[in-house]
Ligand binder design. Sequence first.
Ligand code: ATP
Ligand code: MG
Length: 581
Amino acid sequence: MNYEPIVKPPPERMPVTPNLIGYEAVGDAFRWDDIRAELDGLPGGGLNIAYECIDRHLTTDRKDKVAMLWEAKDGRAETYTFAQMAAGSNKAANALRSLGVEKGDRVFVFLERVPELYFTVFGTLKLGAVIGPLFSAFGPDAVRDRLADSEAKVLLTSPDLWARVKDIRADLPRLQHVVILDRRGGGDVPEGTVAWPDVFDAQSEEFEIEATDPEDFAIMHYTSGTTGKPKGAAHVHMAVMGHYATAKYVLDLHDDDVYWCTADPGWVTGTSYGMFGPWSNGATSLVYEGGFAAGHWYSLIEKYRVTVWYTAPTAIRMLMKAGEELPRKRDLSSLRYVCSVGEPLNPEGVLWGLKAFGLPIHDNWWQTETGSILIANYPDMDIRPGSMGRPFPGVEPAIIDDDGNELPPGEEGDLAVRPGWPSMFRTYWNNQELYESRFRNGWYITGDRARRDADGYFWFVGRADDVINTAGHLVGPFEVESALLEHPAVAEAGVIGKPDPIAMEVVKAFVALKDGYEPSDKLRRELIRFGREKLGTIVAPREIEFVASLPKTRSGKIMRRLLKARELGLPEGDTSTLEED
Ligand code: ATP
Ligand code: MG
């Protein structure tokens, strides 16, 4: 598993000067106060995410620049300038106010990725209310849990999605209004709900933004539920400092970029980097309503001349599965920079970027709770495939032991961060106790295990809950999965510790094969041998089970806790975010 570093940048594919050159120099000079000064702020010292993303551009040349390129599932396209985004979000703010929404109230959106979702997010923020985006594939239980926990006052949804969950209404006494948006222009809405045009159309395009304090709550996101019941991480307006700074220095957004973040706003990546990061930087952002489809995704990059692309390992693995021929059929020469987040990016994924696009894929690390990217491979930095990269300037991550003491380079421990970065969550909604339990000796404990090397690169080992203890050795599933992925037959692998009377746990791998390969005892033996060669006998999987696919969250993360529960015949726990086949 020794990969050569990839020396950066490939000059012919990096036509602009990266925003961050000389990582060390910038790191030392970095001040959050300077970032604050690059933002505008509200008169009187307030800060509002919507103002920084949208309205502040109206006094500049960006006023009539395209903010959002939108493409529907059926191929229809719409574009919105910053001025139009401002008008749409002002109308949404007025509409919500007419429904009785006040500062601090929770407004939830349960919609596909349509422009009105974006207007409503910014309208809610302008009102000083708290926005909660829900992923459109959720079922009734997932929606009910989140609306009940947050005590949401208003829900914006569509006829189809509401039909799926409508029975939950009786359980939600705090939910005062359900607003139905029918983009197909249907007629009546169900009894007890209101039609979007009735509350939106006649509203004024002017709205005076509430004087929000940087510490006022702005947005809440329920975590992905990979390790357990999703938690509502609550973020404040000050978070926009983190979105802005990281979109500038990590995603390297420039004025001319056409940027595409494939994440849904139901997950934090879809808001922090589908909206707030790019728009606070004044970049043009592509929003595609539909889901994953390898061929169509490439055609979108070609059609919109996407320059910077932010996606996830699960998508990259699916693109890998679809083969290298597909990208060659398209003109993808506009792409200059590709990033990934959400799960560890296997070294094979980083290298595949080079094969498919001539560009390595830049992994970065963060979580719902951190609100913005904290560790990254920067555009001008050598990539070490398999590493999450190095800390964002102004952020202090560390590897600590059980007592909260920092560990030296090379040693594995808990990945922790010194609190104080702007976009850090301020609480878990309705669960301050759980929030407080996440701190040790002045560190925020992320729940991930990692190592740092002597040059300051961080290497993900596994989630604390997933680390395997076999015969006294701690094994991270990521390392084993990455090794298996190097075998030509393997499309995906999920690795768990299976209880064992002698070794405590043994490493077991669930493997999904690429098209054209069939499960067989021969292949099983071959993979076990392959694992031993790559990893040695202690770390290599002892057992391999072939599966058609791995259980994943709807945001595409492998749910190892489900593999384990199923293996042991135990209850599956919260499966509200489980993707259905
Ligand atoms: P839950 O907290 O409900 O179990 P979750 O942790 O998957 O769900 P998110 O906040 O969406 O919820 O995901 C953040 C986590 O995803 C990180 O803590 C880490 O485990 C994993 N992750 C994200 N990016 C990376 C990366 N680049 N490398 C390794 N792991 C990553
Ligand atoms: Mg988590």
